[in-house]
Write a protein that binds this ligand. Structure first.
Ligand SMILES: [Zn+2]
Ligand SMILES: [Zn+2]
Length: 242
């Protein structure tokens, strides 16, 4: 999971917020526009597991993607207050109520379905408030929130607060076996590509290694690329050998 550079808020959402439209009253047109804008902002992958998601066919939309609230929209229903002091910064909104429709608090998540009934991402997280233990990929200053190992496991970066491990493992279930396996094999494919280049050139100079590092990073930010965090991890591992 890497930082999502914040894209332009759709005008239709800005206008709805200016009119004070409540989240529960969002209509299909507004939701479709939000999903499309989030899809573009996130390069077509789920904000959490980075699996590609589709929004093209409206019939499929509800099955394929979910508009996710980083700070949960159901949080603290009795008081209407933030659950923790970090909620304001994480959501990028001024109040719990306004966070329900704030562009900075909206992410696109996959539907969270995995094999054998496994649940991940939004569907696993539900109404949990993780603002004090994790970071919103859209408002964070960190360039990535997890590191991916060759074993395919996702580990929170050191600068995240204590408890981030539990968010990754339990609340988001990002280390579900099927996700680890997908990342592990994707990582191996990239390393094979790197090793092939090494053989072809009979070893790589620092400059050649740096070119490959840049290429992996560039690919990570290309629309539609699955598991960009794996590519960043591969780039980091090559860079460490320069
Ligand atoms: Zn996902
Ligand atoms: Zn919160």
């Amino acid at each position: 999971m890497r930082r999502i550079p914040k894209g332009a808020e759709p005008n239709i959402l800005r206008e709805a917020n200016a009119r004070g439209v409540h989240y529960d009253d969002w209509d299909g047109k507004l939701r479709t526009a939000i999903r499309a804008a989030l899809h573009a902002e996130q390069n077509g992958v789920c904000a959490y597991c980075e699996r590609p998601v589709r929004v093209e066919r409206s019939d499929d939309v509800s099955r394929m993607v979910v508009i996710e609230h980083f700070h949960p929209r159901s949080g603290s229903p009795r008081t209407g207050k933030w659950k923790s002091s970090q909620c304001r910064a994480a959501s990028g909104a001024t109040s719990h109520e306004s966070s329900r429709t704030a562009w900075s608090n909206l992410l696109l998540s996959c539907d969270g379905s995995g094999p054998h009934g496994a649940r991940t991402c939004d569907s696993k997280k539900g109404g949990s408030d993780i603002c004090s233990r994790f970071a919103n990929p859209k408002t964070t200053h960190l360039d990535r929130l997890v590191d991916i190992g060759r074993d395919g496991r996702a580990r929170p970066v050191d600068s995240l607060p204590p408890g981030a491990d539990a968010v990754v493992d339990s609340e988001l279930n990002l280390n579900a076996e099927f996700l680890c396996e997908a990342r592990r094999s994707y990582f191996a494919v990239q390393l094979r590509e790197y090793n092939k280049a090494k053989t072809r050139h009979r070893g790589l100079s620092s400059v050649q290694k740096q070119i490959l590092v840049n290429r992996f990073r560039e690919r990570a930010s290309r629309p539609g690329t699955p598991h960009p965090s794996v590519l960043l991890a591969v780039a980091n591992s090559i860079e460490a050998k320069i």
